[in-house]
Design a binder for this molecule. Structure first.
Ligand SMILES: [Zn+2]
Length: 53
């Protein structure tokens, strides 16, 4: 099975969350834990879907 690396914790996962969480509006792939973490009190947070690899 293919895996993708989380932008934040640099670990590999088979299920990723596509999110924006900076003012740059750049889409990044995060794992579930990291996506929940960046979501907290973040006006830049935007969810773009769940990706399975
Ligand atoms: Zn992560």
């Amino acid at each position: 099975m293919r895996r993708k690396e989380c932008e934040k914790c640099k670990k590999e996962y088979t299920i990723m969350y596509r999110v924006q969480y900076t003012s740059e509006k750049k889409w990044v792939f995060l794992c579930k834990d990291c996506s929940l973490e960046v979501k907290k009190e973040n006006d830049n947070y935007r969810y773009g879907g769940t990706w399975k690899y």
